[in-house]
Design a protein around this ligand. Structure first.
Ligand SMILES: NC(=O)c1ccc[n+]([C@@H]2O[C@H](COP(=O)([O-])OP(=O)(O)OC[C@H]3O[C@@H](n4cnc5c(N)ncnc54)[C@H](O)[C@@H]3O)[C@@H](O)[C@H]2O)c1
Ligand SMILES: O=c1ccn([C@@H]2O[C@H](COP(=O)(O)OP(=O)(O)O[C@H]3O[C@H](CO)[C@H](O)[C@H](O)[C@H]3O)[C@@H](O)[C@H]2O)c(=O)[nH]1
Length: 317
């Protein structure tokens, strides 16, 4: 297929672009490089530099694209609380421009990067796709609004859409990995301690109702995530919008993650216990039963592999 990958210069988008190329697809990346890196775009993919609003229609129109994989977004939860307009405009507004460009250019399939943040504080875990969606921040709310819009384009305009709700993505694929200028995610921050870039890692809250008092999260390897995108692409059916959670179904505490990082790196990783981070639910664990039974997807790579691959990536740079 000829594919447009928005956000293909970012962490997840660059890994999935490489997997798509390897599977024999043609890949054009559309990215404004606001948080991505030009050299992350894999060899073999063409980069169009621009925003969705400015460049999506011009790129898609008359160019014979079969589908879009839509990763481009702003995704800092804290920033979204401080600057909600930036997230409504940058996520929902930019995505509306993309969907309209697709409709006008006659491109009928989209795979969208949604998030566990659409659920907010869960009533129970593991979280199925049927759980209530009550996002606790503008990031999650803007992503939920995009899911809703894709559903409407499917019903009214015949689009075939799949929203993949990622839980906590981690790991790397060889030379492609996570290098955000503003890094909020746990594993890369712990690994920065192991490289000596940081002295210690903050643990945000040790008084949660969990076995060791720290939050539990469901980590998924970026390569497993990419494989779900390949399956989702084939599964896009005209007029239908499907939502799938992507996680492993297992929860690891912040303390457990730090311990795995210590074992993999051989570094002691000093910890500083701090207050809770606003808006963090105690437990976020996915039920991925729906995608397992509908598309036959299952994650193959465990937490240790995620940390080891992220560590190898950091050391290779
Ligand atoms: N990393 C995670 O743990 C995680 C979890 C849940 C969901 N997600 C979602 O997955 C997607 C990818 O996340 P990531 O960690 O790779 O982020 P990232 O910041 O590394 O990548 C996003 C890319 O999109 C580009 N971009 C942003 N806005 C744009 C715009 N308007 N026009 C063109 N390009 C634009 C950026 O330059 C960047 O290259 C995002 O949609 C994010 O919300 C990520
Ligand atoms: O330096 C740190 C960083 C994180 N944490 C803790 O580690 C856990 C994981 O935090 P991350 O920031 O790595 O991930 P989140 O669970 O906050 O975020 C993930 O889920 C969100 C939805 O809730 C978004 O989708 C986001 O993109 C995705 O990475 C949380 O309990 C957090 O409080 C720390 O203790 N110290």
């Amino acid at each position: 297929m000829k594919l447009l990958v928005t956000g293909g210069a970012g962490y997840v988008g660059s890994v999935v672009s490489a997997q798509l190329l390897e599977a024999g697809h043609e890949v054009v990346v559309l990215d404004d490089l606001s948080t991505g890196h030009e050299d992350a775009v894999p060899a073999g993919a063409r980069l169009v530099r621009g925003t969705l609003r400015d460049a999506a229609f011009a790129t898609l129109d008359g160019a014979g694209f079969d589908a879009v994989l839509h990763f481009a977004a702003r995704s800092l939860v804290g920033e979204s609380v401080q600057k909600p307009g930036l997230y409504w405009d940058g996520n929902l507004g930019e995505s509306l421009a993309l969907l309209d460009a697709m409709r006008r250019a006659g491109v009928g399939r989209i795979v969208f990067s949604s998030t566990a943040a659409t659920y907010g504080e869960p009533e129970s875990t593991p979280i199925p796709e049927t759980a209530p969606t009550r996002p606790t921040n503008p990031y999650g709310a803007s992503k939920l609004a995009i899911d809703t819009t894709i559903g409407e384009y499917a019903r009214l305009h015949g689009l075939g859409g799949v929203s993949l709700r990622y839980f906590n993505v981690a790991g790397a694929r060889g030379e492609q990995g996570e290098r955000h200028t503003v890094e909020t995610h746990l594993i890369p921050n712990v690994l920065k301690v192991a490289t000596g870039e940081k002295e210690s890692v903050n643990v945000f809250g040790e008084d949660y109702p969990t076995p060791d008092g720290t939050c539990l999260r469901d980590y998924i390897h970026v390569v497993d995530l990419g494989e779900a995108h390949l399956l989702a692409l084939e599964a896009c059916a005209p007029g239908a919008h499907e939502i799938f959670n992507l996680g492993s179904g297992a929860g690891y505490s912040v303390r457990e993650v730090i311990e795995v990082c210590r074992e993999v790196t051989g570094h002691p990783v000093p910890v500083v216990a701090g207050p809770r981070r606003a808006g963090d639910p105690a437990v976020l664990v996915a039920s991925s039963d729906k995608i397992r039974s509908a598309l036959g997807w299952k994650p193959e790579r465990d937490l240790r592999t995620m940390v080891a691959d992220a560590w190898a990536f950091i050391q290779s740079r």
